[in-house]
Design a protein around this ligand. Structure first.
Ligand SMILES: CC(C)=CCC[C@@H](C)[C@H]1CC[C@H]2C3=C(CC[C@]12C)[C@@]1(C)CC[C@H](O)C[C@@H]1CC3
Length: 377
């Protein structure tokens, strides 16, 4: 019965995705953006923003919060229905942050962050690895090449799965990569399937870290390793401070997150499901000369290549205004779907709050934990 209902849900989501995004094309954002079905896009925007409208300041009742947590799967799916093309166009195919060295360009730094995780986890050639919340597969392609392993990508958004599969094919990596639709809170993999599991800035979308880490623990082989870059509020975050709550809410709203918790809760959750923590570090605390949030702050002085000028220039005052009025104009004349401007604006809100949270050290997008499932379990 459960399997039948799950199949029906999957079919419904797949139909919606096809209706909204149409044919998956290689051109990415612009062609993809204009080819959207207007009605389905408006529906995705309505379904996403109904969870936030009126509660932007972070003042909501416990009942409202519980409702959002219960509906995390639809909330996240619709967030990525709205955000994926904007992300790809503005950031690339690896949906995460990273540290930067002076002179290192944006895409090199992003790839190094992925290599660092693979190295810390000790991913070896031939291992079968699970990527939880794989996006459009940027990190999976990089880690498959870097470590010579096989990766299964898990994601609950059909559009992202289709794009990840298309890119894997284009890269000639079909033998190493496969992508599967699924909910990370109820994975359909058999227990003890994978040698290693990683999650890059993805498990923050879960309604409970213990829930998703418990699933990861279950599908790992005994002795297997889990590596995660987690989004968390730091020990400086004060729940009773309205400014802190406003920043957290801005990040949650703009990034499709039902609820973001503190570092200590992440550690507690890892231990509670049975992991032995081998390494933990907030990489945002390293004394780097360039802050992780510089691209979102539009800080042009750190650009290290021509392509950086386009990526970072988008977030300057001029770039942001151009994007705002351009998307707005396209929506007004009916070229862009209804809700496109609101989606783009909510990403701008996300950017502002991520930068503020980063500057005030209230938030980290790169809490690194390497945890092992005990061998004799
Ligand atoms: C949402 C989670 C858990 C992870 C994604 C992290 C980042 C890749 C995104 C967070 C905020 C996003 C924004 C953009 C790209 C992807 C993020 C950095 C844009 C730069 C895309 C282009 C738009 O015009 C502005 C966006 C600001 C926010």
């Amino acid at each position: 019965m459960v399997a039948k209902l799950e199949k029906e849900d999957h079919r419904r989501d797949a139909d919606f995705s096809k209706a909204m995004h149409g044919q998956v094309n290689q051109a990415g954002y612009f062609a993809g953006f204009l080819g959207k079905d207007k009605e389905a896009s408006a529906e995705a925007a309505k379904e996403y923003f109904k969870h936030w409208d009126g509660f932007e300041d972070g003042n909501e009742t416990e009942e409202e919060k519980q409702k959002r947590l219960a509906e995390y799967a639809t909330l996240t799916r619709h967030y990525y229905n709205l955000a994926t093309d904007l992300y790809e166009n503005g950031w690339g195919q690896s949906f995460h942050f990273c540290r930067f060295y002076p002179g290192e360009n944006f895409h090199q730094a992003i790839a190094r962050h992925e290599h660092f995780l693979a190295l810390k986890m000790g991913i070896k050639p031939g291992m079968h690895v699970l990527d939880v919340g794989c996006g459009v597969g940027g990190p999976a392609r990089e880690i498959a090449r870097f470590s010579d392993c096989k990766i299964t990508g898990l994601n609950n958004n059909d559009y992202q799965i289709a794009r990840a599969s298309m890119y894997a094919h284009k890269a000639g990596l079909e033998n190493q990569l496969r992508f599967q639709k699924g909910d990370f809170m109820q994975m359909s993999f058999k227990e003890e399937t994978f040698d290693a599991v990683y999650a890059i800035e993805a498990t923050v979308h879960a309604p409970s870290l213990e829930g998703v880490y418990g699933q990861i623990f279950r599908v790992l082989k005994p002795g297997g390793v889990f590596g995660v870059y987690e989004w968390l509020m730091t020990e400086n975050f004060d729940e009773s401070d309205p400014e802190h709550r406003r920043i957290r809410r801005g990040i949650e709203l703009g990034d499709g997150i039902a609820q973001m918790v503190r570092i200590e809760e992440c550690i507690k959750a890892l231990k509670a499901v049975g992991f032995e923590i081998e390494y933990q570090e907030d990489l945002a605390e390293r004394p780097d000369p360039i802050p992780w949030y510089y691209p979102l702050a539009g800080d042009m002085k750190y650009c290290a290549s021509l392509s950086d000028i386009f990526t970072i220039g988008r977030m300057t005052w001029i770039g942001r205004n151009l994007a705002h009025y351009f998307v707005g104009a396209l929506e007004t004349v009916g070229i862009a779907p209804q809700g496109a401007r609101k989606a783009a604006d909510s990403l701008a809100t996300a950017a502002d709050n991520l930068v503020e949270g980063g500057k005030k050290k209230l938030f980290t997008p790169m809490y690194l934990a390497i945890a092992r499932k005990p061998a004799a379990h």
